[in-house]
Design a protein around this ligand. Structure first.
Ligand code: ATP
Ligand code: MG
Length: 351
């Protein structure tokens, strides 16, 4: 029997997923699940780096369920993926501490991603856990001894740190970890406002769980060429979010080309362009809604999946940590002390 190679992927449980997530990562997860065994981390400890309040923590449970349901809805097969709650796998905390000796503070401080995250969260000083974000990420990746980690381009430097940590551990003690490879995924979807990338916190997102009425509303109020105040004024297609969405979600390429041509000539109204986009998005979202309804009907199913996936991850993490401590000789130190003490207790009992 050949065992499948493994993927580690996941999200911070900060809310429901949207079309931008689909474009930037979900579509790759769908493709990968056929070939790999997938560990899907619900990274709540990572969330604590920028969202640590009690109110934030109170959201984790519902957000975790929503994320799992979003994944089932797009077609992720629960037989092929273990969804697990990071904070419930205590070996990850232990691994994090051991691995933190394999990277320097200077190396972490040089990462632009960490500075950007601190700035985005409005932090003036760097919390220790935010600086250590890539070390915790290394623990996440090395826990199931993953081979491949699909991430966006901006996260590539973090995977490089995971590789370095794995390499250092293997060289210092014994070959425990495969060196994880980054698989760069990507593509960015602009928001419906045309101003920034789609983000749930910017109010420019179409959620995978939105109903038809909200999708229609979002599409009909989408930003287009602002100079085009009448349908007979030639418009700009490049950088126009309505056309980027058509390119991404409308499989009828002939229809899209025809709309673009007429738009450039000032021979089509916004309503027609947007109605056709709405139809394309609905065709994309309809099967997603059907699967969502199917799974949502089974009350408690997402909790069961997270529970079973977390148990699976706990067992996996236990094995990895045992291997690590054995390789380091830590297990031996403790065992010798434990046995010596047992002998002493026996002697004392006899005397
Ligand atoms: P927030 O508003 O809280 O930042 P968000 O909606 O931007 O949330 P994140 O949690 O920041 O979502 O994104 C997680 C990951 O999803 C990103 O690292 C990226 O890979 C992908 N992603 C998010 N938004 C987009 C987008 N608009 N286009 C492509 N990929 C995206
Ligand atoms: Mg974001």
């Amino acid at each position: 029997m050949t065992t499948k190679r493994r993927i580690l992927t996941g999200d911070r449980p900060t809310g429901k997923l949207h079309l931008g997530h689909y474009v930037g990562s979900l579509q790759y997860r769908l493709a990968f699940q056929e070939e790999y065994e997938c560990f899907f981390i619900i990274a709540d400890l990572h969330m604590l780096t920028t969202k640590p309040t009690k109110e934030d923590v109170a959201q984790i449970g519902q957000n975790a369920r929503d994320i799992v349901l979003d994944h089932l809805a797009i077609g992720i097969d629960p037989q092929k993926t273990s969804f697990y709650l990071q904070s419930a796998v205590h070996e990850i905390y232990e691994m994090h501490l051991i691995l933190s000796g394999m990277v320097t503070v200077e190396r972490l401080q040089q990462l632009p991603t960490i500075k950007d995250m601190a700035a985005a969260a409005g932090m003036e000083q760097m919390p220790y856990n935010l600086l250590g974000y890539p070390v915790l990420q290394a623990a996440d990746i090395l826990m199931p001894r993953a081979h491949l980690v699909p991430v966006g381009k901006d996260n590539e430097s973090h995977i490089e740190i995971s590789r370095q940590i794995a390499r250092r551990f293997n060289n210092a003690y014994a070959d425990v970890f495969p060196l994880p490879d980054a698989y760069i995924v990507g593509g960015t979807l602009v928001g419906t406002d045309g101003q920034a990338k789609m983000s749930k916190s910017l109010g420019n997102a179409i959620l995978l769980s939105d109903d038809s009425a909200s999708v229609r509303k979002s599409v009909m109020s989408m930003y287009t060429d602002p100079n085009r105040i009448r349908a007979d004024i030639p418009g700009t297609v490049e950088g126009n979010p309505v056309f980027s969405y058509h390119d991404t979600f409308n499989p009828d390429k002939a229809e899209v080309e025809d709309l673009k041509e007429r738009y450039r000539e000032g021979a089509v109204g916004d309503v027609e362009v947007k109605t056709k986009l709405y139809n394309a998005l609905e065709a994309f979202l309809e099967p997603i809604r059907e699967r969502r309804a199917f799974y949502a009907e089974q009350t408690g199913y997402t909790d069961q999946l997270i529970y079973e996936g977390t148990q699976r991850a706990q067992e996996e993490a236990r094995q990895t940590l045992i291997e690590m401590k054995k390789a380091m000789g830590l297990t031996g130190v403790w065992n010798r002390i434990r046995r010596a003490n047992e002998r002493r207790q026996k002697r004392l009992a006899k005397a």
